[in-house]
Design a protein around this ligand. Structure first.
Ligand SMILES: Cc1ncc(COP(=O)(O)O)c(C=O)c1O
Length: 380
């Protein structure tokens, strides 16, 4: 590491801030991208540098479809895939196309805090539905649907940010049915679908695209490198036509032509599959390290679900705990986390906190959790 600041709000040297939800530098695959880029450029044709198809390069979509079929274990037609510049861009794009200011979006409680910002940018009214260890509580959703008419429902079905849980298979199917019955659109953020460490989660909502109003968003940010800003939307032919009709897409073509061609070669060379296996092994060890350290240093002061995938532990303390106040003192202990209230659209959950294990190796995880334990004990 050369000490270069590579992202906003990077922790000061010596601080172990589990609030950072990004991969550590040793997991950013420079050599892999060099190999895939060289392989692409060696045979590149001038037209590769044009805008490309609105839906995204057909060769890339075909490679992506093969990769997803192998990982999902279900048929994934290349025609059901639309290339994006990652899930944040995809969500913003979906809001721009399918909502109007003042519309309602349903979210899970808790949910991904930066998605709230995107909904605010579009003037949407946020209504939340509670979750349990099987994801969004569908009975509670049905109650909300009886009195609200949302345009959009945003969910993170697998290895939730921040909750760590996954939505059960039967809830996914019921959710798809409800989107037809109540005529709303599901924006499924399937960012962690492939990042499982014990066993795969239930099938992606993308694979249910023909059974509901579903736009399933996937991204290479978590399985290859965030800086690529490359992702996809999987959907049915009807919704695909609506995406392709957008003004932004018609002004040019593919949202990410060059990068998608590099990643096409990474997939075709088998590099993506091998790297995903490496990530799973690495993160599995980090989950183990964090779980063990939490048991040792936090113990019965909080409870948590050991995540089977994704990036996060979600710690729940007694109601009296104020994690915002705790965070204000965390720098003194050279540790850090995301206070739970950030993940609540209702200003609640201040007795919870989110820890990411993606940004630190095991020895730093052990050290950082020991510091967190001292911080918590200093408060009581
Ligand atoms: C739930 C969720 N959605 C989206 C993103 C960002 O995805 P992208 O980098 O593809 O914009 C993240 C990254 O932390 C995330 O956790």
């Amino acid at each position: 590491m050369n000490g270069k600041v590579t992202f906003d709000s990077a922790p000061p040297p010596g601080t172990i801030n589990f609030g950072v939800g990004q991969p550590s530098a040793d997991l950013l695959p420079v050599e892999l991208i060099q190999t895939a880029s060289a392989d692409f450029l060696k045979n590149a044709e001038p037209e590769d540098l044009n805008y490309g198809e609105r839906q995204g390069d057909a060769g890339f979509r075909s490679s992506l479809a093969t990769f997803l079929e192998q990982e999902y274990g279900v048929q994934t037609p290349a025609d059901s895939l639309f290339v994006t510049a990652g899930n944040s861009q995809a969500l913003d794009f979906i809001c721009a196309l399918f909502t109007r200011p003042g519309d309602t979006v349903i979210v899970e409680e808790p949910s991904y805090f930066l998605a709230f910002r995107i909904f605010q940018d579009h003037g949407l009214r946020i209504v939340s539905v509670p979750t349990d260890e099987n994801g969004m509580i569908i009975d509670a959703l049905e109650e909300v649907l009886n009195r609200t008419k949302p345009s959009l429902l945003y969910t993170i079905p697998s290895f939730h940010n921040p909750g760590g849980h996954s939505m059960s298979a039967d809830r996914r199917i019921r959710l798809a049915e409800l989107s037809l019955e109540h005529e709303f659109l599901i924006a499924a953020d399937e960012v962690y679908q492939l990042l499982w460490y014990d066993r795969p989660p239930p099938p992606a909502l993308g694979s249910l695209a023909d059974r509901g109003n579903i736009l399933s968003m996937g991204t290479f940010s978590k399985i290859l490198a965030p800086g690529l800003r490359l992702g996809w939307i999987q959907t049915s032919s009807g919704w695909m036509e609506r995406l392709l009709d957008s003004g932004a897409i018609n002004s040019g073509g593919s949202l990410n032509q060059f990068t998608s061609l590099v990643v096409r070669n990474a997939i075709n060379l088998g590099l993506q599959t091998a790297f995903l296996l490496h990530l799973r092994e690495t993160y599995r060890r980090r989950v183990e390290a964090m779980d063990t350290a939490l048991n040792k240093h936090i113990g019965s002061r909080a409870h948590w679900l050991r995540p089977g995938g994704g990036y996060f532990f979600w710690l729940v303390f007694d109601e009296g705990m104020d994690t915002m106040a705790l965070r204000a003192r965390a720098d003194d202990f050279k540790t850090g986390f995301q206070p739970g209230a950030n993940s609540s659209s209702q200003g609640a959950l201040n007795n919870c906190l989110r820890l990411s294990f993606a940004h630190y190796a095991e020895h730093d995880i052990r050290e950082g959790i020991e510091r967190l334990g001292r911080l918590i004990r200093s408060q009581s």
